[in-house]
Design a protein around this ligand. Structure first.
Ligand code: FAD
Length: 433
């Protein structure tokens, strides 16, 4: 059965969220606009505004909706989460207000699956309550998309692991209370069994943030960088800091990445919708050559192309969420990769048109469009580059196919026509054909 409607009770929740994000979260975007601001747990002013907003979200039963009931969430499932995340994606702060900000969501999943009781009490609980933030520390300066290139290592010394090496783009490390770090523990093992995952308290001696790297929508000179370039100098952690078994680093990483990618996609739908709304308003407000922008065919093309791309992408995301909810674990793998590729492309294309339609104003910092436009290339890399996901999509698709049995393709018309002639030879013969 195919249905395209929202239950009325749930629609009420979505309506409440829409108004709340617009009226309560978007002011935070304006007052604390840097990408790192939602993670800055030391900023007393932003936290003072944030705390009562979170209470209101909790009163509505909308806190941390990505989590199942066992972890204090509502267990809405991915399809409803997709509809909710579309609303949250309109605002930079909204995921923090609703307890669904990355990378904390994925790190919480890792801790829930692999943490000890003590680690859960010390790190998971305050993370779920939104009192601390965390970092995922996997990428290295010499290699990101291929983890087989990683060299940061952890060696056993008595009853401690000693971590040594560098990590790159460990987002929000400057504010994190703990880091989840992937390190080589057995360099001689098979490539996917060389690494293990560790939880490391940010207070552990030897963690050196070499610098906080600024992305293209942050200012280096204002020290706004969110991407931690970290050196782990003989960082000692206890044996139980290992999450999962030795050599299971890849497996542990995968447990967070699939969900993270699809949640990004859900939020990008919301960002694109907001840019599209701005585009339409502008087209109806501005005149050139004696008529409204909306009356020029090029502009109509911008709007039509954007509406088509956005709706195709939204439906892909919703279908992916449905597969996650309704089919066995892993069934959505190719769809998640499709969402990951599409999210960067669709955001890029719609933002490019939205900026263009706003003319000079679109290129300024006086609308949200500029920072979002600069975000598009980052989305094509974070959680793995587009090219790697395209290769995965192709491999997933090719699994359903076989090589042609003979010299020519199965769709070869002369071969098929000969087969059809043979099948109907008697009738064709009766009619002299
Ligand atoms: C905003 C942002 C946040 C991030 N946050 C984190 C984080 O919190 N923690 C973390 O550990 N990492 C994080 N990353 C890092 C991210 O995971 C890496 O950028 C990504 O894996 C790519 O690695 P790389 O940057 O080293 O690029 P490279 O591996 O050098 O790849 C560069 C390019 O090479 C090409 N390429 C690579 N592999 C293939 C292939 N198989 N086939 C064809 N072409 C290929 C692609 O064009 C690719 O874009 C973040 C990145 C960004 C941009």
């Amino acid at each position: 059965m195919w249905e395209f409607f929202t239950e009325p009770e749930f629609q009420q929740k979505l309506d409440w969220m829409t108004a709340f994000v617009r009226d309560e979260c978007e002011p935070l975007d304006l007052l604390f606009p840097r990408p790192g601001d939602p993670y800055d747990v030391h900023n007393k002013a932003s936290r003072a505004i944030l705390a009562p907003l979170r209470e209101k979200v909790k009163e509505q039963g909308l806190w941390a909706c990505h989590l199942g009931p066992e972890l204090g969430g509502q267990g809405y499932g991915q399809l409803k989460l997709a509809l909710m995340n579309e609303i949250l994606g309109r605002s930079g702060w909204a995921p923090t207000v609703f307890g669904t900000a990355a990378p904390d969501t994925g790190n919480a999943e890792i801790l829930a699956l692999y943490g000890t009781q003590e680690q859960k009490a010390r790190y998971l609980q305050p993370l779920l309550e939104g009192n601390i933030v965390s970092t995922f520390s996997m990428t290295e300066p010499q290699g990101g998309s291929d983890p087989k290139e990683f060299v940061c290592k952890a060696t056993l010394d008595g009853d401690e692991w000693v971590i040594e090496g560098e990590k790159w783009f460990s987002s929000h490390a400057r504010y994190a209370s703990f880091l989840i770090v992937m390190a080589v523990t057995d360099p001689d093992a098979r490539p996917h069994e060389r690494m293990s995952m560790f939880i490391v308290s940010a207070e552990t001696p030897g963690i050196e943030i070499i610098r906080n790297v600024a992305t293209m929508n942050e200012r280096d000179d204002l020290d706004e960088g969110t991407e931690g370039y970290i050196r782990y100098n003989q960082v000692r952690v206890p044996l139980d800091a290992m999450l999962g078994a030795p050599g299971e680093g890849f497996k542990v990483a995968q447990s967070r990445l699939g969900g993270g990618r699809v949640h990004h996609a859900m939020r990008v739908v919301g960002k694109c919708q907001r840019a599209f709304d701005m585009m339409c308003e502008r087209a109806l407000s501005r005149r050139t050559q004696g008529k409204l922008l909306s009356e020029h065919q090029f502009v109509q093309g911008f709007i039509a192309d954007s509406a088509l791309q956005l709706q195709q992408f939204r439906l892909l995301v919703l279908q992916t969420a449905w597969i996650i909810d309704n089919q066995p674990h892993g069934a959505a793998r190719t769809h998640i990769a499709m969402c990951k590729v599409a999210l960067a492309q669709v955001l890029h294309d719609i933002l490019q048109r939205a900026v263009q339609l706003h003319g000079s104003l679109g290129t300024t910092q006086e609308t949200p469009l500029g920072p979002w436009w600069a975000y598009a290339p980052q989305l094509a890399l974070a959680d793995g580059p587009t090219e790697v996901h395209k290769a995965a999509i192709a491999k997933g698709m090719l699994l359903g196919y076989q090589p042609a049995p003979g010299l020519f393709p199965t769709e070869h018309i002369p071969t098929r026509r000969a087969q059809a002639r043979a099948r109907y030879a008697a009738i064709l013969g009766e009619h002299g054909l």
